[in-house]
Ligand binder design. Structure first.
Ligand SMILES: [Zn+2]
Length: 329
């Protein structure tokens, strides 16, 4: 796939193409991707570009090399990934052995190391030795969501490029082009994480029960009564699953955003949770703009606190208790 077809991250693509054109591409790169910028895909494009038979600074996507890499059957491109959450030294020893051999058919041997922060100590040290004596026609592409977990000595020998997540509008456009219905594309662009191919496989039905529960929680915030019971119910769900709670808060924020949009008489087709639209319209008629705006602010604060590693139960309790004594309507 040519760089131009890779959505977003224009700057990163420009840097890479320029380096290719000037034959200055670093032999070891770290692609940092913490929120679905598509690092895996970009690594593949780069592996194609250095081996493309037609182009010097891009992947044509059509030549024999580009196609073989796309199909995962090019002998000079090797993908390494953790097994049971660990990249063991045996794998890196194999990388080391191959790295010093001439490419079989391409110009470069390319090693793409997924979740590279999962190398154990021995593996990381072995890999460091390779970086210290870089082989001639080899390109290492380390993928990670968290470069801080890599050995500092590895990081300092690689060029690091940070990928930004795909803007939501752009993602939405891609999803519609890929054949998704407009409403579904909007919801997916908001809820699903990962790169475009993963998102296309995302099963919205699976998330539906969770969204229903969270919608109940949003509504319960506005009612007097069995409040403490709900707090208990929700905090018992999983005090330790930070990522799940972040997702939950994001879903709740999407409901509040929709309520606010309806209060502001925005067109219905801007609604994220289109499948809840009747309910959302009903609730929006009984709450104030002020409480919808506050809710979004409070949810934001709660998400920040969760990221800071504060106690989840305390955060959620404090979020929910903000509604007490508020004049919701
Ligand atoms: Zn090509």
């Amino acid at each position: 796939m040519p760089f131009a077809q890779f959505p977003g991250n224009e700057k990163v693509k420009e840097i890479l193409r320029l380096a290719l054109r000037r034959k200055k591409l670093p032999r070891s790169l770290i692609l940092v991707d913490s929120s679905g910028g598509g690092a895996d895909r970009l690594a593949q494009i780069l592996a194609q570009a250095v081996n493309c038979l037609q182009q010097q600074d891009d992947a044509c996507g059509l030549c024999a090399n580009c196609q073989a890499i796309e199909a995962g059957r090019f002998p000079d491109v090797l993908v390494v990934e953790p097994e049971k959450e660990i990249i063991r030294v045996e794998k890196i020893r194999e990388v080391k052995r191959l790295a010093y051999l001439k490419p079989m058919i391409g110009r470069y041997r390319v090693f793409i190391i997924r979740q590279s922060e999962k190398m154990n100590e021995q593996a990381a040290n072995t890999f460091l030795k390779v970086l210290e004596e870089p082989p001639a026609s080899t390109l290492f592409i380390l993928l990670t969501a968290n470069p801080y977990l890599l050995l500092p000595t590895i990081r300092s020998r690689c060029q690091e490029l940070h990928l930004a997540p795909l803007p939501r509008e752009m993602l939405e456009k891609y999803l519609t082009q890929a054949g998704k219905d407009k409403n579904e594309a909007r919801l997916l662009a908001y809820l699903a994480k990962g790169d475009i191919e993963e998102i296309l496989k995302f099963d919205l039905q699976e998330l539906r029960p969770k969204r229903e529960n969270l919608w109940e929680l949003v509504k319960s915030c506005l009612q007097e009564g069995p409040f403490s019971v709900r707090i208990k119910e929700y905090t018992s769900l999983g005090k330790h699953h930070r990522l799940l709670w972040l997702e939950a808060l994001e879903i709740m924020a999407s409901f509040w955003r929709d309520i606010l949009l309806m209060k502001l008489r925005a067109p219905e087709e801007l609604m994220i949770n289109y499948d809840f639209r009747e309910e959302i319209k009903r609730i929006s008629s009984v709450v104030s703009i002020e409480i919808a705006e506050k809710s979004l602010k409070w949810l934001d604060q709660a998400a920040e606190d969760i990221k800071k590693n504060l106690n989840i139960q305390v955060i959620i309790n404090s979020y929910l208790s903000r509604y007490q004594g508020q004049d919701n309507a």
